[in-house]
Write a protein that binds this ligand. Structure first.
Ligand SMILES: *Cc1c(COP(=O)(O)O)cnc(C)c1O
Ligand SMILES: [Zn+2]
Length: 446
């Protein structure tokens, strides 16, 4: 097969099939058995190229450098992600390299003094979706440059995927089409693809409904599918784990807590650690905690039954709109990762996620509701005694809170349904009268 002289290829995840496809082929699932594909690397070739120590040094040398495209958190690890692409075809906005914040005072308050937040929302379009989208759009750009008849790239989205797709496509000059569930994403998320010139379709359905439509549309080869069932995205997102380990001076945390909806990101997290282990850069495995909103918790329900069965559900409305998904595409990959990483699945109610956000914000953050789901899950595991002060814990913060300022405003106005707003901090409205102001300050400042 032609894929054999490549350093990376698509491979069917079904152990009994393992069919291979070229990365230049337009294929999203296995033609033989309809399973998902994953990008597989020729790790033997990678190992003979450099020792573990030499890879580590190479990654450190490129970290945040100005040498395009290697200063990007993704492309600094190019050989492990998309080795065969021509640098000329890469569409990078210096994504990745996001800070891993050591949050001492907040961690101490929670009872986990070794707490870190991986700030994936500090990125071009404000969420971790940039990590996968630079890889997908670069690959599409490369295919177009080599003559593929792709006219546009399409995705269904709960908001952030469409923002990332439209930005990267606009940078490359490739048309993009985004399908959004009408009224179920934040205003900031809606205006991002509008501003970047995407064809924006607001459909009267939920995310799962949009997903079905985009899968039909992308049966036409000129519309390339950008959802995370396309494993190029997962390949870029895999850099999260490599970055975390690098930022901890090549030490592995004890726990990584991550929110999940379509479950591409947790699959990517596991794939990154798998590769670090395979390549000999780490030995230890962290435990992975996947956090779901109670309103959209199909994996949590499956976890309670030891993953013996998985039932898609109709997702209920949740403030964590980017994970309001009842039928996650990457569920099998995610379960495999969770089993391999001694995984735990937790859930958070609307009140718990909103409170966790407000609490983190009071320590100087500006967390999105999905990060709130992860933080609420962390708090539950601390309360259960599973996670404690002896552990190094990383929470993946998936988006910037500024994308969800409506949620924040309503929290502090005590206007959210089923949320207590115990930490509401509304502004005081008063005349510009110094005496009145000082009187108020004397009450407030202790
Ligand atoms: C996409 C997204 C998620 C969920 O990631 P999945 O890969 O769908 O599990 C979580 N938080 C934010 C902010 C997102 O945009
Ligand atoms: Zn197959």
């Amino acid at each position: 097969m032609a894929a054999q002289n490549r350093k990376a290829w698509f491979q069917c995840v079904n152990e009994a099939c393992k069919a291979r496809y070229e990365l230049d082929e337009i294929v999203y699932e296995c033609n033989k058995c309809s399973s998902l594909l994953e990008v597989v690397h020729d790790t033997a070739a990678l190992k003979s190229e450099h020792s573990p120590g030499a890879w580590l040094k190479l990654f450190e040398r490129r970290w945040k450098s100005t040498e395009y495209p290697y200063g990007s958190g993704i492309w600094g690890k190019k050989e492990w992600i998309l080795p065969d692409i021509d640098n000329e075809h890469i569409v990078s906005l210096y994504e990745g390299d996001s800070n891993l914040c050591f949050v001492k005072r907040y961690g101490e308050a929670l009872g986990v003094p070794n707490l870190y937040l991986k700030m994936c929302g500090n990125s071009h379009t404000g969420s971790f979706k940039d990590l996968g989208m630079t890889v997908l759009v670069s690959q599409v750009n490369s295919m177009i440059k080599k003559g593929a008849k792709i006219k546009a790239v399409a995705c269904a989205s709960t908001g952030d995927t469409s923002a990332a797709l439209s930005a990267y496509c606009a940078v490359a000059g490739i048309p993009s089409i985004v399908l959004l569930p009408k009224g179920k994403i934040s205003l900031a998320q809606l205006v991002q693809p509008i501003s970047n010139g995407s064809i924006v379709l607001s459909l009267e359905t939920d995310f799962d409904g949009c997903m079905k439509v985009v899968q039909q549309i992308s049966k036409r080869p000129e519309f390339y599918l950008a959802n995370s069932m396309n494993s190029l995205r997962v390949e870029g997102q895999k850099s999260i784990s490599i970055e975390i380990v690098q930022q901890m001076d090549w030490e592995v945390p004890d726990f990584v807590v991550i929110p999940g909806g379509n479950l591409g990101n947790v699959s990517a997290l596991g794939k990154g650690f798998d590769m670090l282990i395979e390549m000999g850069l780490i030995k230890k495995k962290p435990r992975i905690v996947l956090a779901q909103a109670e309103k959209a918790n199909p994996l949590y329900q499956s976890y309670l039954k030891g993953y013996k069965e998985f039932e898609p559900i109709q997702a209920g409305k949740t403030l964590a709109s980017a994970i309001q998904i009842g039928n996650p595409v990457s569920v099998n990959k995610a379960i495999k990762v969770l089993k391999s990483y001694d995984g735990i699945v937790e859930q958070a109610s609307e009140n718990e996620l909103a409170h966790a956000c407000a609490e983190a914000d009071s320590f100087g953050f500006f967390t999105c509701p999905h990060t709130g789901v992860a933080l609420a899950a962390l708090k539950k595991l601390i309360a259960k005694g599973v996670i404690g002060k002896q552990h190094k814990v990383v929470v993946i913060s998936t988006a910037h809170g500024l994308k969800f300022s409506d949620f924040k405003v309503k929290y502090h106005e005590k206007a959210l349904e089923n949320v207590e707003s115990l930490l509401a901090n509304p502004p005081a409205t008063l005349p510009p009268d110094v005496d009145a102001i000082l009187e108020l300050l004397d009450k407030k400042v202790k």
